[in-house]
Design a protein around this ligand. Structure first.
Ligand code: MG
Length: 452
């Protein structure tokens, strides 16, 4: 993470390093901005396990109350738990205090509208403008917001997951799956054990204390899951699940200890849900091509969006998609709600496993096989936009998609180059039928970028 930019203010909210930019004043202003934009009424506030969460939480509640909103504290809960609670209540908004998979020194606010979806760019821009112009609608003593607490949001989330129409709880219970899981001392430890017990699983937990002391790099990428891989093998578990700290992303480790890659969490969910219910699938532009191959087997279309949960969720609502998400392990199932949800991913995976009668590695092998390589190229003072334009010119004769950065598509592979919103780097992703091919495509483009 780039230490030169300890604070980022954008249409998706604020994110920063606490003590180096993310101050209580700024947090309170943002909360007051959200309250001013949506007007007085209940606002649900959830937070992840970061040790800075409590300080930020006080500032959020103050800001909300100052503009006549009534903060309802959900406590430490996964991000999807807050989204679901907002959607199912009469709240005018929601605020989640989490920097998701960022390292422990970071924190951030994720802003939720009354429909349980994150704010889109237009809404985020309006909140940002209210904050920048300080046009808060502060209220006097007689209109001050009231504070209250709601303690059952996680229980309600679990009930919603268990109520997925094609989840056969008895069938899963009969299998008595041995499930290992690593929730990185984030919020997953507060929901997964209970959910898995309800599904009759034998539990092998790792780092489930919700104390915010992240036990590994919090992003559930294969290279960060070595401990879980060993844990799965040692305990002869049927499957391992790794979550990020705020519980919206989930990666799978197979029974042989191999991480199957977070792209395949979504691919498995798509395969399973389409076998029950046909309809459009929506994923972001960087998600594995395995999803397209699976969808075409079922004769349904795949719609792709820019990277970012809100882009996927909005499109899913618009086209009434049956399943979707992001290749980083974020599954969105509209039967529960329009947000990336790791507990949903866990339940769908166990149901697919129970029905298939296969091991998870066999189930994975039965899916179309691709390998994705993700790399970063430092651009320091270089202009990312100029580099992207040059690449576009260089590959003008190829099939190019510029929805998000530059994506060059070939018949069996693709490469995408995107500007990072958080670091002075370009993110490069290449997918091909073999790791060698993916690496070759990646290295070729890196050489070209270095020449620009
Ligand atoms: Mg997250």
């Amino acid at each position: 993470m780039n230490m030169k930019k300890p604070l980022m203010i954008s249409v998706s909210g604020i994110r920063g390093i606490v003590g180096h930019g993310l101050t209580p004043e700024l947090v309170a202003n943002y909360a007051a901005g959200v309250g001013t934009f949506f007007g007085p009424g209940p606002v649900l506030v959830g937070r992840d396990t970061r040790v800075t969460g409590e300080m930020v939480w006080h500032a959020v509640c103050s800001g909300l109350m100052s503009v006549g909103c009534d903060p309802i504290d959900l406590g430490i809960v996964p991000t999807p738990t807050t989204q679901l609670a907002v959607e199912k209540s009469n709240a005018v908004a929601g605020i989640v205090i989490t920097a998701s998979h960022n390292p422990v020194e970071w924190n951030a606010l994720k802003l939720i509208g009354p429909d349980g979806l994150f704010l889109d760019e237009a809404q985020g821009l309006e909140v940002k403008q209210i904050v920048e112009s300080k046009s808060f609608r502060y209220v006097g003593w007689d209109k001050m917001g009231r504070f209250s607490v709601k303690t059952d949001a996680i229980r309600e989330h679990i009930e919603s997951v268990l109520a997925i129409p094609y989840l056969d709880v008895d069938a899963i219970r009969k299998r008595k799956f041995k499930v290992a899981f690593d929730t990185v001392n984030g919020t997953g430890g507060l929901i997964l054990p209970e959910l898995l017990k309800r599904l009759g699983c034998e539990l092998y937990p790792l780092y489930t204390e919700p104390n915010g002391k992240f036990s590994r790099n919090p992003e559930p990428l294969p290279e960060h899951l070595t401990e879980l891989s060993k844990w799965v093998v040692e305990n002869r578990a049927d499957i391992g699940f790794a979550l990020d700290p705020d519980g919206d992303r989930c990666a799978i480790v197979a029974e042989n200890g191999m991480p199957i890659g977070e792209e395949y969490t979504v691919a498995l969910a798509v395969q399973f849900v389409l076998s029950k219910k046909k309809g459009p699938v929506v994923v972001n532009i960087s998600t594995t091509r395995a999803v397209d191959d699976i969808a075409s087997q079922f004769g349904v279309s795949v719609i792709r969006t820019k990277v970012g949960e809100i882009h996927v969720a909005k499109k899913m609502k618009e086209c009434q998609a049956v399943i979707g998400g992001e290749g980083n392990g974020g599954v969105i199932l509209p039967d529960v709600h329009l947000g990336r949800d790791a507990p949903v991913a866990v339940a769908l995976t166990l149901q697919a496993l129970a029905e298939s009668g296969k091991t998870i590695s066999h189930l994975w092998q039965s899916l179309p096989q691709y390998y994705i390589i993700k790399k970063k190229v430092s651009i320091d003072s270089g202009d990312p936009q100029r580099i992207l334009q040059k690449l576009e010119m260089l590959y003008a004769s190829e099939k190019i998609n510029t929805m998000d950065g530059v994506k060059i598509e070939k018949s069996d592979s693709w490469i995408q180059i995107r500007k990072s919103n958080t670091e002075p780097i370009l993110r490069i992703m290449a997918e091909a039928p073999t790791p060698e091919q993916a690496l070759a495509i990646c290295n070729k483009i890196i050489l070209e970028i270095q020449k620009i």
